[in-house]
Design a protein around this ligand. Structure first.
Ligand code: NDP
Length: 281
């Protein structure tokens, strides 16, 4: 992995890059497919070796785009995929994993997440994840869209402490997790993976952010990413279908925010003063 991408450490001790590539909405339109593959490939060339996908995205179509993008590079890539809660049962998890492996054209997923909490008892899903680990089909597992009380329930289960990450909605417009989930996770050394880090593109058009970004000769989207990545134990996974955006996102790693920047950001996007339930898209 090129040394330009900073890393954070999973509970397993493995280092993962703090900047990866999202894939939601990829694989939906055959006319965009080549651009999507080329954008992901460029991201890999520039060192963004963590790719996030899910069985849900384009019903496996995004995983197929990822397979094309990582061809020949499988050992260098850290592959994250997700199982739907409706497939999170003892028999559903291994079947879903096999489908994802077929779509991804690989023999293992590096980090396999439960996409959001559902009705299958968590203990059953965790058992199924552990069985997949033993079978060598996944290397690690984690969760997504889990609020603090759900994380507490998870780590109280046998093997629940093997969770490696919680992927959540977190960006300047959605700072709720800072109230309790982020400190709780940091104390336990469980990195958070921030999805929609540029608020699905909305933050890229924010005038107040643009003004702060101008001090760094950067764009508003780059500042939004730099802010997420400045925090301990946070991994940002922006999705970019355009090569220009991919380049900008990697360059955001070089932005060093000052205390004045942080203060101005807090004025424009105030941190939470009370607990709010975790939001999800
Ligand atoms: P993002 O916040 O990553 O925003 C993506 C949008 O921002 C795209 O329209 C993209 O444009 C644009 N963009 C990216 N980089 C820039 C830039 N430098 N300047 C201007 N615009 C930019 O939203 P997502 O919802 O896609 O979240 C990222 C990833 O997180 C997803 O792709 C998915 O992998 C994951 N996710 C997980 C969820 C979960 O429940 N676990 C839920 C939602 C997302 P363009 O594509 O044209 O380059």
């Amino acid at each position: 992995m090129p040394s330009t991408i900073r890393t954070t450490t999973l509970p397993s001790g493995e280092a993962v890059p703090v900047l990866g590539q999202g894939t939601w909405k990829m694989g939906e339109d055959v006319r965009r497919r080549a651009d999507e593959i080329n954008a992901l490939k460029l991201g890999l060339d520039l060192g963004m070796m963590l790719i996030d996908t899910a069985e849900m995205y384009a019903s496996g179509g995004a995983e197929e785009v990822v397979a094309d993008a990582i061809a020949g590079l499988r050992d260098e890539v850290f592959l994250v995929s997700k199982v739907l809660p409706s497939n999170a049962s003892r028999t559903g998890v291994p079947a879903a994993c096999d489908r994802s492996l077929r779509h991804l054209r690989t023999d293992r997923i590096d980090l396999y997440l439960l996409h959001w909490p559902g009705s299958v008892p968590l203990a059953e899903t965790v058992e199924a994840f552990e069985a997949l680990k033993k079978a060598g089909k996944i290397r690690h597992w984690g969760v997504s869209n889990f609020d603090t009380h759900e994380m507490q329930e998870l780590i109280s289960l046998p093997a629940g402490g093997s969770v490696q990450t919680n992927q959540i909605l977190y960006n300047l417009s959605q700072r709720g997790p800072e109230f309790d989930l982020a400190p709780w996770s940091r104390q336990r050394g469980i990195p958070l993976m921030a999805y929609s880090p540029v608020d699905q593109g909305v933050l890229a058009r924010n005038a107040r952010l643009e003004a702060i970004a101008a001090r760094h000769n950067a764009t508003a989207a780059q500042l939004a990413l730099a802010w997420v990545m400045a925090q301990d134990g946070l991994i940002a996974i922006p999705k970019a279908g355009r090569q220009e955006h991919v380049r900008q996102n990697v360059a955001a790693l070089d932005i060093e925010l000052t205390s004045e920047d942080f203060a101005d950001i807090d004025r424009a996007f105030p941190p939470p003063t009370r607990k709010r339930g975790l939001q999800m898209i």
